[in-house]
Design a protein around this ligand. Structure first.
Ligand code: MN
Length: 411
C-alpha cells in the first residue's frame, strides 16, 4: 500500500497509520488524520462522499474533541479509518486533481495540533518491572526491591486530568515542599529534581456501568488507541510527600501527551508476547494471545542553547503488565470507565541503563550525571531544557509512529 502523498522513510505517518487528531483551523477545530507532512481534514473529506452510508452524526468532525467520534463505537471508527486509508492510497478516491488544492489537505507546518481527547479520568500504572525494581533499589531495600503486591497486581493510582497538555506546551517548573538531605524541617521552593517519565497511554473507547467488570479477553474492545505520554515528576517533592497515600503534587502539575491517537487496529502488526509472569497471576488477570506491542521509544534532551542528546532508548514491549490486564484490574471491583479516560503505563524502563525511562534511573539518583554535548551535566531537567519523546513501530516495511511528545521547562 502506498499513498499518493509523499511519505519519507522516517515519517510516523505512513498510509498504514491513519491516526486521529484535532487541529486548530483558523480558530475552528477540525478532526483530522495525517499522511506524510499533510494533515487531512475529515470534515472536508466527508463532503466528497467517502463516508457515505455510515450514518455519521451531523458535524461529528467539527467537534473540539474526539470523544463523540470514539463513542460511535469501533464498528464505525474502524470503517472510517479503512475508508480514509483506501481514499488516500494511490489511485484512491482522493487521488484526483480536483481535490489537490482543496481544503481537504493542509501542510502539517501550517496547523496547530490541539489536545485531542477530553480526558475524564486519568490513571497511572506502575507496570514496568525494571522501573519498579530500580526505584525499589534506590529508595528501599536492594534485596527486596519489589513490594510484596507487585508481581500479583498492576499497581496504579488515580492522577489528575486537568493538567494534561498537548505536545509543545511549555511547562512551568513547579514549586513545593521538600525535606533536604540532613535537614530537620522542610523547605519551600522550586523543585531541584524535575524529571520526565517515559510512558505510553491508552484511551478508553467504550463506557461501562458501575458494577461492571471488563475481562482480559474483552479489554481490547474497550481500548480505542494509544498515545505517547510524559508524566513529569518532581522527585524531591515526591520523596517527602508520598507516604502513605502515594504521588500528589509531585505529579499533578503537568503531563504531556502526543497529539495523535494511534488506533489499536494500526498497532495490530506489532503485537509481541509479554514476559512470563511468575508467580502465576489470579484467574481474572490471566490472558491468552500476544498482548504486548513492539514500540521503539526514545528520549532526547535539548538544552536552550546547545545540541540535543539522546538519554534513553527503550521499548513498550518490556511491560510486565499489559493493557488488558490493567483494564481488567481497574474494573474488577466494579469501577466504571468512560470514553476518553486515559490510562498510562507507568515509566517504561528496559533492562540496560541506556533504556531507563526517567532521569532518576538514568543518572541513578544523581550519582551518574549525563554528559551533554555542550559540556554541561544533567542529573535532572534544567530550566530551558526541552524533553523530546518519540515512539514508533516498524516491521516488514510497515512503519507506524506517534508524532512528537515534547515539552520545554520554564523557570
Ligand atoms: Mn508515571
Amino acid at each position: 500500500m502506498q499513498s499518493f502523498i509523499y511519505v519519507n522513510d522516517q515519517s510516523d505517518f505512513t498510509i498504514y497509520n491513519i491516526p486521529f487528531g484535532v487541529c486548530d483551523k483558523a480558530g475552528d477545530t477540525a478532526i483530522c488524520t495525517r499522511v506524510g507532512d499533510v494533515v487531512v481534514d475529515l470534515s472536508e473529506c466527508e463532503r466528497t462522499g467517502i463516508f457515505e452510508n455510515l450514518a455519521l452524526p451531523e458535524g461529528i468532525f467539527r467537534r473540539q474533541y474526539l470523544n463523540d467520534f470514539i463513542a460511535l463505537g469501533k464498528n464505525v471508527t474502524r470503517e472510517v479509518r479503512l475508508r480514509l486509508q483506501a481514499a488516500l492510497t494511490r489511485g484512491g478516491r482522493l487521488d484526483n486533481d480536483i481535490f489537490r488544492e482543496s481544503a481537504i489537505f493542509i501542510p502539517a507546518d501550517d496547523v496547530h495540533m490541539l489536545l485531542p481527547i477530553q480526558i475524564g479520568d486519568y490513571t497511572d500504572f506502575y507496570s514496568s518491572r525494571e522501573h519498579a525494581t530500580n526505584v525499589g533499589i534506590m529508595f528501599r531495600d536492594p534485596a527486596n526491591a519489589l513490594l510484596p503486591n507487585w508481581l500479583h497486581l498492576p499497581v496504579g493510582y488515580h492522577g489528575r486530568a486537568s493538567s494534561i497538555v498537548v505536545s509543545g506546551t511549555e511547562i512551568k517548573r513547579p514549586k513545593g515542599q521538600t525535606m533536604p538531605e540532613g535537614a530537620d524541617s522542610p523547605v519551600f521552593g522550586p523543585t531541584k529534581q524535575l524529571d520526565f517519565e517515559l510512558e505510553m497511554a491508552f484511551v478508553v473507547g467504550k463506557d461501562t456501568s458501575p458494577g461492571d467488570s471488563i475481562s482480559t479477553s474483552e479489554a481490547e474492545d474497550y481500548i480505542f488507541g494509544l498515545m505517547l505520554f510524559n508524566d513529569w515528576s518532581a522527585r524531591d517533592i515526591q520523596k517527602w510527600e508520598y507516604v502513605p497515600l502515594g504521588p500528589f503534587l509531585a505529579k499533578n502539575f503537568a503531563s504531556t501527551l502526543s497529539p495523535w491517537v494511534v488506533t489499536l487496529e494500526a498497532m495490530e502488526p506489532f503485537r509481541v508476547s509479554g514476559p512470563v509472569q511468575q508467580p502465576a497471576v489470579l484467574p481474572y488477570l490471566q490472558y491468552s494471545g500476544d498482548k504486548n506491542y513492539d514500540i521503539h521509544l526514545r528520549v532526547d534532551i535539548e538544552p536552550s542553547n546547545g545540541p540535543e542528546k539522546t538519554v534513553s532508548v527503550s521499548n513498550f514491549r518490556y511491560m510486565y503488565w499489559n493493557m488488558c490486564q490493567q483494564l481488567a484490574h481497574h474494573t474488577v471491583n466494579g469501577c466504571n470507565v468512560r470514553v476518553g479516560d486515559l490510562m498510562a503505563s507507568g515509566t517504561i524502563s528496559g533492562p540496560a541503563p541506556d533504556s531507563y525511562g526517567s532521569m532518576l534511573e538514568i543518572a541513578w539518583k544523581g550519582t551518574k550525571p549525563v554528559q551533554m554535548p555542550d559540556g554541561s551535566e544533567r542529573k535532572f531537567i534544567l530550566d530551558g531544557d526541552t524533553v523530546r519523546m518519540r515512539a514508533w513501530s516498524e516491521k516488514s516495511g510497515i512503519r507506524v509512529g506517534f508524532g512528537p511528545c515534547d515539552g520545554k521547562i520554564l523557570g
